[in-house]
Design a protein around this ligand. Structure first.
Ligand code: HEC
Ligand code: HEC
Ligand code: HEC
Ligand code: HEC
Length: 215
């Protein structure tokens, strides 16, 4: 069957066909239904750091802890007096302007000494009277928020980062104050991250509803 003259002819034909295809590929045929360009994701959404840095984080990173040096301004052994306005709202002195209270509906837990130890400001004090270091604040929160604290210990509330396999590296449970401001703990809303980009493009721009497959 294989005649010696046919083989070169076939190779020439194939060569022409492939050259045509290559040309077509290089020049590119305009495709009217080309998917839209994928917009770059805001790098905000890729950041894995928590919304706040706790005292423990600052101490670990050996950063400025002067906000926690209470006795630079306060007198040792003398509890600061709490001042209230006529509506029984705490008056925050300007030295503590960064402390914005709003703990609970109707400011139910705004009293500084529900959490800070009035006789030693460098310590926290839990509901059941334990004296705690600033770096142990989850136990303070847990003294009033028992169920959430147990969820947190079980890894259901909050976030754990680091390594599961302990010999590879550290395992870290983020503290309550990494996400909640202790003074106004309501978690602020956040814009949702964009949805995944579909691999099978359905012919619509982001935000439009997909075209009906049968219409
Ligand atoms: C830069 C100075 C400064 C530092 C640092 C400071 N305070 Fe104060 N604080 C003040 C002044 C001024 C007042 C108002 C006068 C007063 O009550 O002594 C005040 C008032 C307070 C009050 C009463 C608040 C109110 O609404 O009446 C509390 C509680 C308090 N401080 C706790 C602390 C704790 C806890 C720390 C450390 C974690 C601290 N302060 C660090 C200056 C400071
Ligand atoms: C002395 C008790 C007490 C301690 C300590 C305490 N809380 Fe609260 N917390 C409350 C009360 C009371 C409410 C209000 C519940 C309500 O209004 O229904 C509240 C409400 C909240 C809320 C809901 C949001 C809001 O403002 O209503 C969050 C979140 C929260 N606390 C987080 C924390 C964190 C984090 C800590 C530790 C830094 C902490 N709490 C320590 C008593 C406490
Ligand atoms: C629900 C508990 C709670 C209450 C109520 C509370 N604090 Fe605090 N406060 C904390 C915790 C916990 C920290 C440490 C947070 C951290 O690790 O970042 C802190 C930190 C601070 C600091 C040092 C860091 C900073 O933000 O400047 C000051 C000063 C302070 N509190 C003052 C006050 C004053 C004044 C009041 C009352 C007006 C008050 N706090 C009420 C729990 C509380
Ligand atoms: C990794 C972040 C993170 C950590 C760590 C964390 N929380 Fe929360 N917490 C949240 C978020 C997010 C919400 C939900 C806010 C919402 O739904 O509006 C929340 C909600 C809450 C609420 C309100 C629940 C309700 O029914 O409204 C409380 C109380 C609370 N957390 C306490 C704590 C305590 C106490 C700890 C530490 C033992 C803690 N959280 C640790 C992120 C965190």
């Amino acid at each position: 069957m294989n005649s010696p003259t046919r083989t070169p002819q076939t190779l020439v034909v194939l060569g022409v066909v492939f050259a045509g295809l290559a040309l077509n590929f290089l020049l590119g045929s305009p495709n009217p239904s080309a998917p839209p360009r994928i917009p770059l994701v805001d790098t905000n959404f890729l950041d894995t750091s928590t919304v706040r840095r706790s005292y423990a984080d600052l101490a670990r990173a050996k950063e400025d802890l002067s906000d926690f040096d209470c006795y630079v301004c306060h007198e040792k052994g003398k509890a600061p007096t709490l001042r209230f306005d006529t509506n029984q709202n705490l008056i925050i002195p300007k030295e503590h302007a960064d402390v914005v209270m709003g703990h609970g509906s109707h400011g139910r837990n705004n009293n500084c000494f529900n959490c800070h130890n009035e006789t030693n400001l460098e310590f926290l004090q839990s509901r059941d009277g334990r004296q705690l270091k600033f770096s142990d604040s989850p136990q303070l929160c847990g003294s009033c928020h028992g169920p959430t604290y147990r969820d947190w210990e079980a890894g259901v509330h909050g976030r754990i980062t680091g390594y599961w396999k302990r010999d590879l590296g550290e395992f870290q449970r983020k503290q309550c104050v990494n996400c909640h401001n202790p003074h106004s703990p309501r978690f602020p809303g956040r814009p949702p991250a964009p949805g995944p980009h579909p691999l099978h493009w359905n012919g619509t721009e982001a935000g439009e509803s997909p075209a009906h497959p049968h219409s």
